[in-house]
Write a protein that binds this ligand. Structure first.
Ligand code: HEM
Length: 172
């Protein structure tokens, strides 16, 4: 085994920060989905309790997002050598596309944290009006089955899977 170079230690740190941010954000989303939301739906807690949770989580998500983007860009530079590979570039593009989608939903949800019912996120509350109206045919399905928080929670683990795939391709 060869001795690690300085650059390897830097990448170790960057990857660590990247994965810590992923853990915090995705873990937070899943905790909200599987623990907080069911409990809050039972009612009983004061409205300000929900609003406070929303505010605090929003701050944590903002930090995680910035860490993800900054460390992600550094990781891309580190992979520039393999970026010539079409497959890697394509899968990275898919990852970034899904990430943008997640970031937009998270941002829109965060904007309405003054709401007293953060457990009941609805598309109509976070989408611009013209977009919501344009989705006429699918509105009912979206409201019934795929709330913004559900989509957010599902996308995280999918992006983790895609990222591991990236690593495997890069090391081929
Ligand atoms: C929800 C957002 C994100 C998640 C869940 C995520 C997840 C991950 C994970 C788990 C890894 C480690 C893969 C491994 O070492 O096996 C990784 C690596 C990486 N991430 Fe992210 N990431 C996210 C956002 C971003 C963003 C915004 C960028 C770019 C700006 C980015 C660029 C990268 C790159 C280039 C790697 C290295 C892949 C390789 O080994 O070739 N990630 N990501």
């Amino acid at each position: 085994m060869s001795i690690m170079e300085v650059n390897d230690y830097l990448i170790l740190l960057v990857l660590w920060a990247h994965i810590m941010a992923v853990t915090v954000w995705i873990g937070g989303n899943l905790f909200f989905l599987f623990v907080l939301r069911p409990v809050m739906r039972l009612g009983g807690s004061s409205p300000s309790f929900g609003a406070r949770i929303g505010q605090l989580f929003k701050e944590i998500v903002e930090i995680s997002l910035w860490v993800l983007i900054i460390t992600g860009v550094i990781l891309i530079f580190d992979r520039l050598t393999v970026l010539g590979s079409t497959t890697y570039g394509l899968i990275l593009a898919i990852k970034l596309f899904l990430f943008s989608f997640m970031a937009i939903i998270a941002y829109a949800l965060g904007k309405r944290t003054n709401t007293t019912t953060p457990y009941a996120s609805r598309w109509r509350d976070i989408m611009p009006n013209w977009l919501w109206k344009g989705l006429k045919g699918t509105q009912a399905v979206m409201e019934r089955f795929i709330s913004p928080t559900n989509v957010l929670s599902a996308l995280g683990p999918i992006i983790v899977l895609i990222s591991i795939l990236l690593r495997i391709i890069a090391e081929k």
